[in-house]
Ligand binder design. Structure first.
Ligand code: 26Q
Length: 811
């Protein structure tokens, strides 16, 4: 599409949508109109991809996830269609800018954090690799809450993202399916003597899919993200005439649950899980049947991935469809199910493993319960003679009145993976060790990755330009080619150009901070960034305590050598996570205290940006100098902001946790500041039960001063929040070893300060981070899933020469 063609299409689109000229259109109107032009540009290829997959009967993956977090899509779609510069030029011509227009798009924020964003990076990679892979999830009416700070406290507001419509989605009314909840089920022999379920009572709602194109990077391959919304079944319209009954129904897909362990809304959450699972599975089976192949061969055409345990009901639901609806024998159906299903675990914390009360599942999903019971019974029966009784009791699905979803997911899948090497090892040796004894071959690792197209090419244009001029553009398709940058470690011009790009981004972020927080920060200061959900184990508190240490140090010794720093936080706390909210309040109050202290003289600034989300991440990450990855070793499954920050040239200060270990291995100890307990040391403390936080407090005067600041009025306005934090450390013996790691952390921060003051050295370290970040591309991760777990291939791979880009494009 030429510039002229795009302009004409845009004019037509603005005219048809708003009866206006381009010049008259507002940025929002231009966004809508340009999105229509983009859809026009990909419509044929989207349809063609689907037709070709069916015609070729290619095996496809369906990625089931209760969260997707794509953020904004206009620019990423333009980039994928190679229309980004064209759109920039056209909008400039009409007196505005692509940035201004793109900014009006609402973030699609149907996820909490890492898990949802990883899923969206995977969607990008699946399409960009030309792999047939679709997403399946829920079209929540409200995305993750919007965060506001009022008097330093987090306040949650609804994210009504659909209010002015969603231009990217296509409602597929004809593909709606019924979903049954509640009532009673019993089994009755039919004429052929086969037991069939008979349903009594309960209610049936309708799941309507909305499809969104996942556009591959310049390869004409488009997959589909299918999100389900609940509706009243038309034949039962009358039943839902009252406001209350309609409300109950609409609640089902109204809100995304924050990652919370509280009890409210548990039943609706369970219904959500079954809703999108059953809808997705029904539509897959319907598609498979179009191919007229035997049901028991399903695994040759279909791979289903269970993203964390939230979609684990995929397993009993496929059993229901195969046995109850398609008439397969249990054994046949079970063998098929295991071959089709695979599962990723994203969490190490035992208390976060999903469980449901037996009574609730019986009430809400009676047929699912019967099937789960039968799976559980056969699991025990099949292994009784092979494994000891206590091992089976620890691994069975139903125990102590609860259904253990991870157990179901593992027993019903052929593959179980963790998301970083350490995490996968801990699954085998600790968290899921019993299952590893039973099914050693199922366990594998797939280290997470990120979409470098969004997190570098789109988010960081200044750096992209320097890279393109230095190493060419091959990294756009092959991110691992970023290693070419290593050849320029000693090249003063390149090092300076990289530093200039960083400075440009820091100036832009400083402007944003001034406009949104009214805080002036100096772009020459070190921008030190911790952006992630607020959780005790991620230890934002450790960061805050180090800031307090600097504060006291500078007050005591104002002339000490120290490079000014801006500490930037972005974090949402789950609404019912009391402790996390207290940390937010404490950071905000410390910011208020330090930012205005004339004695500190701007040597420290603290900025807590409100409402951290994908779009804000895209502003912060390119401007970061330091990346804070300071979780207690063994607790962070992988982390992905660590990879994004590294890719943008930030230097990492980190514990040996999650993917930090692989980052260290990739760049070498000299290019990262590692500190703190190792996973073995943490586990040794657990085994020996000999950690005493008080000992650390008792023996360190500075630490006492820092901790007392929370309770003696030094930090103002945090009376009970401060006490809660203080007590977590002393009274409750510091569950996440903050005091134990404090000294090591301060020492590592000091190494960062020294390295930064040696400008050339810092620039080289930053270059090495960028150069080694290609290792963490989601393209590579997804390729490993495709080869090792799903056995899917790019479209037409079997008739084409491998690696021939020109052919891949002629779909
Ligand atoms: C549970 C019950 C009820 C409601 C919500 C939830 C819930 C929701 C989201 C539980 C967990 C999550 C999200 C977990 C998550 O994001 N985990 C992160 O996954 C990343 C991708 O693999 C890893 O990089 C992170 O280390 C891991 O914390």
């Amino acid at each position: 599409m030429t510039k002229e063609q795009m302009r004409t299409l845009l004019e037509t689109s603005v005219n048809e949508l708003y009866a206006a000229s381009i010049e008259e259109a507002s940025p929002q109107e231009l966004f809508q109109a340009l999105a229509h032009v983009v859809k026009h540009a990909y419509a044929d290829d989207w349809r063609q991809t689907r037709t070709n997959i069916l015609a070729e009967q290619q095996k496809q993956t369906y990625y089931f996830s209760i969260e997707f977090l794509p953020g904004k899509m206009l620019k990423s779609n333009l980039l994928s269609l190679d229309l980004l510069t064209t759109a920039e030029e056209v909008l400039k011509e009409v007196g505005t800018s692509l940035d201004e227009v793109a900014e009006t798009e609402k973030d699609m924020a149907l996820g909490n954090g890492g898990l949802g964003r990883l899923t969206s990076c995977f969607m990008d990679s699946l399409a960009s690799l030309g792999l047939p892979g679709n997403g399946n999830g829920i079209r929540y009416k409200y995305g993750l809450f919007k965060q506001k700070f009022i008097d330093g406290h987090q306040v949650e507001l609804p994210d009504d993202w659909l209010r002015s419509g969603n231009v990217w989605e296509v409602r597929k009314e004809s593909k709606a399916v019924p979903i049954h909840f509640g009532g009673h089920v019993y089994l009755k022999e039919n004429e052929a003597g086969v037991l069939k379920p008979v349903y009594e009572g309960g209610f049936t709602w309708r799941a309507v899919p909305y499809d969104t194109a996942m556009v591959g990077y310049q390869n004409q391959h488009l997959n589909t993200l299918r999100l389900w919304s609940v509706e009243v079944p038309s034949e039962e319209e009358a039943k839902y005439a009252t406001l209350e009954s309609r409300q109950a129904l609409e609640n089902l897909t109204a809100v995304l649950y924050p990652d919370d362990s509280n009890e409210t809304g548990r039943r609706t959450r369970l219904m959500q899980e079954y809703f999108f699972v059953s809808a997705g599975m029904q539509s897959i089976v319907r598609y498979y049947k179009k191919m007229n192949l035997p049901m028991e061969q399903m695994s040759e055409k279909i791979a289903i991935h269970i993203n964390d345990t939230h979609p684990a009901l995929c397993i009993p639901e496929l059993m229901r469809l195969l046995v109850d609806e398609e008439g397969l024998a249990w054994e046949q159906a079970w063998a098929t199910t295991i071959k089709v299903m695979s599962y990723t675990n994203h969490t190490i914390m035992a208390e976060a493993l999903e469980k449901w009360p037996v009574d609730m599942i019986k009430e809400v999903l009676p047929r699912m319960y019967q099937i789960i019971e039968e799976i559980d019974r056969r699991f025990i029966e099949g292994l009784e003679k092979v494994h000891p009784c206590d091992l089976l009791n620890r691994t069975r699905i139903i125990s102590n009145g609860q259904v253990h979803m991870a157990n179901l997911a593992i027993i019903g899948s052929h593959s179980v993976n963790g998301v970083a090497k350490l995490h996968s090892d801990l699954l085998k040796s600790v968290v899921l060790h019993d299952f590893y004894v039973i099914y050693p071959a199922r366990f594998n690792n797939k280290t997470n990755g990120i979409a470098q197209r969004r997190w570098l090419q789109l988010a960081n244009r200044p750096l992209t330009k320097v890279l393109d001029n230095t190493i060419g553009e091959s990294w756009h398709h092959q991110p691992e080619d970023l290693t070419l940058l290593k050849n320029y470690q000693e090249d003063e011009t390149v090092l300076q150009a990289l530093a200039d790009a960083k400075k440009t981004n820091k100036i832009a972020l400083a402007k944003y901070i001034d406009a949104h927080c009214g805080i002036q920060v100096d772009p020459n200061a070190i921008f030190d960034v911790q952006i992630k959900r607020l959780h005790a184990y991620k230890r934002q508190l450790l960061n805050l305590m180090h800031i307090l240490k600097l504060y006291f140090d500078i007050k005591e010794n104002p002339n000490a050598q120290y490079h000014p720093r801006v500490f930037i936080f972005g974090a949402k706390a789950a609404p019912s996570y009391h402790y996390a909210k207290s940390i937010i309040k404490a950071i905000n109050e410390t910011a208020r205290m330090i930012n205005h202290d004339p004695q500190i003289n701007d040597k420290i600034k603290i900025v807590f940006l409100e409402n951290y989300n994908v779009s804000l991440a895209e502003r912060i990450i390119p401007a970061a100098d330091v990346s804070e990855q300071i979780s207690l070793a063994s607790k962070e499954a992988s982390g992905t902001s660590n990879m994004k920050l590294m890719l943008n040239g930030a230097v990492t200060i980190a514990t040996l946790d999650g993917a930090n270990i692989e980052i260290r291995d990739a760049i070498g100890d000299e290019n990262i500041a590692i500190f703190g307990l190792t996973e073995e040391e943490v586990y040794r403390y657990y085994a020996e039960k000999n950690y005493s936080a008080y000992t650390y407090f008792e023996n360190d005067h500075r630490l006492q001063q820092i901790m007392n600041a929370f309770i003696d009025g030094t930090i103002p306005n945090i009376e009970w929040e401060g006490k809660e934090i203080f007590d977590s450390l002393i009274k409750y013996n510091d569950e996440y070893f903050v005091l134990r790691d404090f000294d090591a952390y301060c020492e590592a921060q000091n190494r960062i300060d020294i390295a930064y003051r040696d400008t050339r050295r810092w620039q080289k370290i930053s270059l090495m981070n960028i150069a080694n970040a290609g290792k963490f591309t989601a393209d590579k991760t997804v390729q490993q899933y495709a080869d090792d777990i799903w056995q899917i291939e790019p479209l037409f791979a079997h008739v084409k020469e491998p690696n021939d880009a020109s052919l891949t494009q002629s779909v």
